[in-house]
Design a protein around this ligand. Sequence first.
Ligand code: ADP
Length: 245
Amino acid sequence: AEARLQRTQRMESLGQLAGGVAHDFNNLLAVILNYAEFIVEDGADTPFALDAEQILRAGRRGSELTHQLLAFARREVIRPKPLDVNRVVSEVHQMLTRSLGEHIALDLDLADRLPSVVADPGQLEQVLVNLAVNARDAMPSGGVLTIDTGLVHDHVRIRVSDTGSGMPREVMDKAFEPFFTTKPSGEGTGLGLATVYGIVVQAGGTVKLYSEPGLGTTITIMLPASDAEPHTGEPARPPRPAARG
Ligand code: ADP
C-alpha cells in the first residue's frame, strides 16, 4: 500500500509538472506557428515555402501533443456515482467497434447481473477507450479484443484482453509510467496506461497487467462493489478523444 501511495503521488506531481511545461510550451509553439503561417501565406513563391510548410506540420503535431498532455494533467471535476459497468461497456461498444476497424473482432462477455461500482462514467469510458486503442495498436494484422465483466468476491472485475504482440518484461515494468511509450514519435504519448491507472486507483480499485510476448495482453481492473442502485440518469458525457495509445 505504501508503494502504491508513493506511486500515486509521483504520478500526480509528474502530471502537474507536465501540465506546467505543456502550457508554456504551447504558448511558444503558437508564436512559431504564427510566423510559419506568415511565411507560407506571403512567401508562397519563395524558395522557403516548402520548408515553412514542414515547420507548420511539425508544429501542429507538437501542438496536438501538448493538448493531450494538458488533458492528462488537468484535474477535472470528477463526479463519481453508482454505475452498472455492463451498461458503460455497452455504451462504448459501438464507438470501439468503429475505431478497431474490420480486421479486429470485439467480443463482449458480460456477467448476468453485477452490483454497481462508484466511479465517474466519463472516466470509466476513457479507461475502456484507452485500453482498446492500445489493443488495436498491438494487433496491426488483426486479432480479437475481448472485454469481460464479472463479480469476484466483493469486487467487480473488468478484463480487457487482446491477441496482439504482447510485451517483453522491460516494457511491462514501465508500461504504467507517464510518458513511457514504444510507439514512434508523434504516435504514442505514453499517457494511456498512466491515465487508466490514475482513474482506477482514484476509484479505489486496482489494475493488473499480464502479457505474454507473441500471444497477447490482459489488463484486469478490480473495482469495489457498492450496495447502491446504479444511476440511470443522463447518458455519460463522451470521453475526450483518447490520447493515441
Ligand atoms: P502509448 O500507447 O501512447 O505508448 P500507454 O501508456 O498506453 O502509451 O502504453 C505504454 C506502452 O505499453 C506502449 O507504448 C506499448 O509498448 C505498451 N502497451 C500498452 N498496451 C499494450 C498492449 N495491449 N499490447 C502490447 N503492448 C502494450
